[in-house]
Design a binder for this molecule. Sequence first.
Ligand SMILES: [Zn+2]
Length: 73
Amino acid sequence: MDVTRAKCPKCGRWLAAGGVLTIAHLEIPVYTCDECLVTVDLFGQKHELPLTFCLDKEGRAVDPADPETPLEF
Ligand SMILES: [Zn+2]
């Protein structure tokens, strides 16, 4: 599987890996789509952040904070 780029689950744009996250000694590429903002609740305040995701072993986009749940839009 080519992990240097991934398709945004929301807008379908191809994105280059923006960094690497290390989870349980595995290096997982992280992708960020600047076109797609998601509203995140941080300490009771709403923030709009670029959509950030990783790919699971089946190539589905998942939330880095919750890798068990595929992202759906
Ligand atoms: Zn997008």
